[in-house]
Design a protein around this ligand. Structure first.
Ligand code: ADP
Ligand code: MG
Length: 199
């Protein structure tokens, strides 16, 4: 079973991973964006960890809805509302249970990813975070490790794609040949599930 403490560890592990990879995320956002993705998410997830420490929500749903709200209020740029919606909707789907099963979490995360697609209008293949999140959710029924691998492969697979959503889409064919920063940060978010489990 996954409790509030697990979800708090997930957010803490994501913040640490984003810190470690911030320069790389920003470097990926240079050729096909505005070179702020690493700093955007660093600010966002640092804020999430601070807020979770201060308010200490005591259910999985409350942890994720609070984290999502904080991302939306802290991160300027497309990724803040999108990641905020992902976590908020996932948290809402978990309701007010004190503990949830991995299967319930997988179903809730799928609702969250669907909400991101509804908000941003991106589908798989558009070279966005969706290209890592959808395969991750599909693999989550198997294991967290499988989801991590699927997200990483999804991120790498964005390289040959032409961007059809977000800032990178302004470049048209010139967006081809670069890995999408948001798909890359999504693979960090999903990878942090494995760390949260092991701690
Ligand atoms: P901005 O583009 O406003 O500078 P960021 O650099 O923080 O925001 O985030 C860029 C990432 O956001 C992209 O790499 C992409 O993965 C994701 N993104 C942008 N627009 C969309 C969208 N409409 N749907 C899903 N993801 C998107
Ligand atoms: Mg950017």
């Amino acid at each position: 079973m996954l409790d509030a403490e697990f979800f708090r560890r997930w957010m803490t592990a994501t913040a640490a991973s984003v810190d470690r990879e911030a320069e790389r995320l920003t470097a990926l956002d240079s050729p096909i964006g505005d070179a702020d993705h690493g700093s955007n998410l660093q600010r966002g997830f640092t804020g999430v960890v601070t807020t979770l420490e201060k308010e200490a929500p005591d259910t999985p749903g409350a942890v994720l809805t609070l984290a999502g709200r904080r991302l939306i209020s802290t991160v300027g740029g497309a990724s803040g509302p999108l990641y905020g919606t992902l976590l908020r909707r996932t948290g809402k789907a978990l309701g007010d249970a004190a503990e949830v099963t991995e299967e319930q979490f997988a179903d809730a995360l799928r609702e969250g990813v669907d909400a991101v697609m509804a908000l941003g209008g991106a589908a798989p293949g558009d070279k966005t975070m969706i290209d890592a999140l959808v395969p991750a959710v599909d693999a989550l029924a198997e294991s967290f490790a499988a989801a991590k691998t699927a997200a990483e492969e999804g991120a790498v697979a964005t390289t040959p794609l032409q961007a059809r959503k977000g800032r990178a889409s302004y470049l048209g064919e010139r967006s081809i040949g670069h890995q999408d920063p948001g798909a890359t940060s999504s693979s960090l978010l999903i990878g942090a599930l494995v760390e949260a489990r092991d701690e």
